[in-house]
Design a protein around this ligand. Sequence first.
Ligand SMILES: *Cc1c(COP(=O)(O)O)cnc(C)c1O
Length: 339
Amino acid sequence: MIDLRSDTVTRPTAGMWRAISEAEIGDDVYGEDPSVNALEAEVAALFGHEAALFTPTGTMANQIALQLVAPRSSELLCDADAHVVTYEVGAAAALGGISTRTWAAAGGDIDPDVVAAMIRPDGFHAVPTRAIAVEQTHNRRGGEVIPLGTLQQLRRVADAAGVALHCDGARVWNAHVAERVPLTTYGALFDTLSVCLSKGLGAPVGSLVVSSAERIAEGRVLRKRLGGGMRQAGVLAAAGRYAIAHHIDRLAEDHARAARLAEALAPFGVVSGAVRTNIVALDLAKAALDAPALGAAARADGVLVSVLGPRVARLVTHLDVDDAGIDRAIEVLVGILRS
Ligand SMILES: *Cc1c(COP(=O)(O)O)cnc(C)c1O
């Protein structure tokens, strides 16, 4: 099977398994796991922040970060398609007591003036706005990248209003490689970031929250409360450290393969947006078959695609799909779309 459903489906490489088996470990709830401590220090440094916190999932990393910047009964602004309000099962409200308000989904194309106008003043009527979240790259919008200039404008909007700026950076590595923007440049723009090791970087499990030492100390308490205090988590951290050392630059290969897929499918008018990173979003509004039909036909021919809606599907390239796999996927998908 050529699995293009998500970049989360990868298995550890031989080198990663070796790193896992050789990991130095200890009890991380006591702060005594050397691999976790090293991973947290390395990732904090990559983004030019003081500290980082290892979490089992990106959802937990996002929710800890949101609780750090948006106190209970305050408001978070984000786009309507953001992972934090779409795929986190209402956690901001259910766990953080955070009220969310969204701007119309525009992926990477954010109007900072629209966001600025949404910020509510303090007072006893309105919900006070405390944070803005953006997603880099954007999952539901085909891996779109928010331009650096837009992020800089959003930073100025946040500073002027005294609100925090959070980056859901599950795939910020892809933006870094595609745009050649240093990770420290991204890091400097945000009060908190969440980053994922188990997407394009190919680790089996793990994410981190990146922020100031003070916030991360508080985040450690929040993580324990959420049930995210892990013991000999060094076996996972070792995989993450290996992924960071070996799998960032190679994301360019995933991007080239996604571009090749998009180019092959473009004549059928089904590719939405410009493909910049490792996600190809398919809009089948004008196609002869709908997304479930495409998904079923592709599966029958050994290619797995994500069906996200009646007319929306998604292809994601990753570490476990090589050039031959992309050739085969193109052959299968073109065959289906042509018939
Ligand atoms: C995958 C993802 C997450 C985290 O998801 P988990 O499955 O909880 O690790 C967060 N944000 C975005 C944009 C993602 O794509």
